[in-house]
Design a protein around this ligand. Sequence first.
Ligand SMILES: [Zn+2]
Length: 462
Amino acid sequence: MKKLLTFVTLLLFVVATSAAQQAKYIFYFIGDGLGINHIHGTELYNAAVHTDMADNGKLSFTRFPIRSYVTNHSASSLVTDSSAAATALASGVKSVNGYMGVDAEVVPAVTIAELASERGMKVGVATNVAVNHATPSAFFAHDKSRSSYGKLFEQLLASKVDFAAGASILTKRSGKSAQQCVDMAKEAGVEVVQDPKAVYDIKDKRVLLLGPNLKKQTLEYAVDCKPGDHSIVDYTAVAIDYLERKATSKGFFLMVEAGHLDYCAHDNDAVTTFEEVNDLSRSVQLALDFYAKHPKQTLIVITADHETGGLSLGSNDYFMYPEKLAWQQCSMVALTAKMRAMRNSGDLEWESMKKLLTTELGLWDKVELSAEDEELLKECFEQDFVRDAEEVVSLYNHNEKLASLAVGVLNRYAKIKWISLDHTGMQVPLYVKGVGAELFRECYDNTDIPKVIAKIASLPLK
Ligand SMILES: [Zn+2]
């Protein structure tokens, strides 16, 4: 009898523990292009520049109990693109660069979001770039090409995603306009809104939240944000509110992508990159606030698809000066726009350009320039700005060569160096907190991450 009682007690304990161990609320944050140095660089920058920030500018996730890194090569290259990496992070399979939600043999790969829906969990995806860009699409779409934007959007509408948020809808080569896509969504019974606050009033319908200007592929960079502009932090807040209201006893799954981060890393623009990481950190803080209410049922995972830019902290000697970045007021893209406005107004004076670079980057005034560097900028001004209107073309942006050079000079003075305008094959960081976090110690590759999430949530991902 005593033995039987001990057995029953043990059984009850096992059942209770495994029930408590099951993740009911899953947060999956993906920093597009987020390398380990983007994260550490942001903390150093915060400590030097945002001296009013709490905790010396530490990010909300860098002290999570699990801090690790994973390999992220694709099936076709040691340097992955976003779609192959996102496919790995969503479905646990290796794919070919450019493929979307399918394995290397073009067989559709079941995603963790699809399994979560099947189990009755509410599902959300949010990004500050287009809603059918590579990373979000990997959670609901399957196609041989990440550029089949029309098909990817149709698959979003046909999917069981309850909440989708993004700056815009990509329509290139789809034969449709963004407005036609919005109309399609409405016909499919989805509530489409362009104000985050409007989501608070939506009760039963599925939601598509878009940015204020569908002609802009992305939201504003955090560094360029003005009051009233949308941000990934706003999108995360309303996503959590909506999913929490809609969730049954089965809980929810939310993927949040800091997607714009990749764009400025492709431009090698350090300040803009660091401010995007700060926005990611603020989004994660919202998940942590939720976690505080449901600590035994919440899992928070933060990782990246790949590193962008080959960012290095310190170069050529034993110093770094992140404090020199304090006076950069806008992104390289916004600086380019200001330069073009000058050109369009007919102002082609070097003194005017110097004034702009002083106001926007702190050059001369706060960051003393060598005579050689002043000469370098002046030459670029005369030749590339005044005469040739020369551009530097990165993956997503066409910047004025002078804007690129000036931001590059500032980064060099801070001793922050970039080695690539594209992705690198560096391993990517992984931070985990919450129920089952310790199981992520067994993650070595990006394909392991969704499998471990599935295990903790009891979802049947193979
Ligand atoms: Zn990417």
